[in-house]
Design a protein around this ligand. Sequence first.
Ligand SMILES: Nc1nc2c(ncn2[C@@H]2O[C@H](COP(=O)(O)OP(=O)(O)OP(=O)(O)O)[C@@H](O)[C@H]2O)c(=O)[nH]1
Length: 598
Amino acid sequence: MSDLSLIRNFSIIAHIDHGKSTLADRFIQICGGLTEREMASQVLDSMDLERERGITIKAHSVTLYYTAKDGKTYQLNFIDTPGHVDFHYEVSRSLAACEGALLVVDAAQGVEAQSVANCYTAIEQGLEVMPVLNKIDLPQAEPERVQAEIESVIGIDATDAVTCSAKSGMGVEDVLERLIAVIPPPVGEIEAPLQALIIDSWFDNYLGVVSLVRVKQGRIKKGDKVLVKSTGKLHQVDSVGVFNPKHTETGDLKAGEVGFIIAGIKDIHGAPVGDTLTLSNTPDVDMLPGFKKVQPQVYAGLFPVSSDDFEDFRDALSKLTLNDAALQYEPESSDALGFGFRIGFLGMLHMEIIQERLEREYDLDLITTAPTVIFEVVKKDGEKIYVDNPSRLPDPSLIDEMREPIVRANILVPQDHLGSVITLCIEKRGVQHDLVFLGTQVQVIYDLPMNEVVLDFFDRLKSVSRGYASLDYAFDRFQAANLVRLDVLINSEKVDALALIVHRDNAAFKGRQLVEKMKELIPRQMFDVAIQSAVGGQVVARSTVKALRKNVIAKCYGGDASRKKKLLEKQKAGKKRMKQVGNVEIPQEAFLAVLKVE
Ligand SMILES: Nc1nc2c(ncn2[C@@H]2O[C@H](COP(=O)(O)OP(=O)(O)OP(=O)(O)O)[C@@H](O)[C@H]2O)c(=O)[nH]1
């Protein structure tokens, strides 16, 4: 489209489950992008896992044509974004392609932490934010209260907020009409040299690397030779187009538009997210400001149950990184678990997803060790190192200072549950930074050790507030803390893969809880299994898994062969995710016992 005044680029931002994807589907339906049948399943959440879990992980873009009440047909490029805090970085990327954002707020639930966080990201990037109150079909919807909340909590004008039900379709056309009126069209010279921002790149088995781009100025056509600014490499453009939401070739993309290009690039590192594309004959075009590099927040070791699978595991990881630039890994060897990889994740949800994809799509049986954050360690010789694996912590005699990562957490909670949320924050070694009463909700800002937050804080927060509190957090700084390594010994052998870094004050308590939990999780074997936890060689807790007295098969008296076989099969399946450490079989759950410790 060459008339920029007929283009609108926007994102939909919201807290998880407030209805972004449903609203997006409704737009597609109104604009005729798909038939009823194709609409049967939510089209935007396309990855299998996304559909099963009902969450959006990657950003998606869709180009639609909408004939408005003014009789003009507008090109609407919208980008759906993930709502979960782990994937916050995808949100800021999507927003870089837009002039405006719809802030979708559940009219029954009200403003929640990610509504605020994502909205601030949009405002910082200079976007026009348009509030939309969704789910007004629900009897408990309170649009006036939520409108007031948007104004008091987020601080944007919501007097004219459009109300709709993405589920029934009611009010959705009003949302489209309003966005055309309030979101500004893009600006950009079509005749200027090409400058396009890579919003996302992914690997497609048939097409190779596909990049989602926003053309800032100029135009890009099939057959053009493009230059990737950071790599300096030239590539011939094989295909250009948009998603509507099906992949549709248009032959070109012009200033102001958002769409895909495919240019025979073999691997996503050849089309880095945040990079600038231009044409081969205008190599001097300025680079656009890119994106902040994503830093993993949680690290864990992953090891194949069978060491024969190591090469397959390596291949699987290299394939997964083709689509997930946030995934970082390096080889690791453990005395207990053999060869594996230490992987950095954006958070626990990201970790679960990667683990599930490796097992499902690549048919691997893996053992995951307890997740940990990264610590800053200043050694006596002045060297500063970063430790993402507790078993690699230098000897205490070599350490001058240990520093733990601190996050600034923003929690929104109804007043009734404020007390229990504060108790939880204190228990997690939090320091209150601010507390503001905003109508019925309270905004509480705490500085908390990241180690305490990434593991189970979110679940605990939900349970102490009956699901009403919401959380957003970001890394703030490293801060000195009295930290020690908690070792776990199985039959007197230290198991490196079970080591943890904990605060000294909690070490004995955590050590006791961990030992108790592991006792429940390690199955009885033919001999006694002693479990101990220790700090600096001193045992803080111990427990024993008593030996089995009888063979399980002895229970199947007589000749019931099929029953015996079944039992053996059941045992075999149960064993799948066990690892032999010394002569003791340890199941996956025991490696993650720390997640069950409060
Ligand atoms: N009653 C009612 N339910 C709705 C409405 N819009 C969405 N829902 C439901 O709310 C739930 C969450 O909707 P989604 O569209 O998946 O939410 P989302 O914000 O995209 O969530 P993520 O993609 O995980 O960030 C689903 O069960 C929807 O059916 C609405 O207008 N009314």
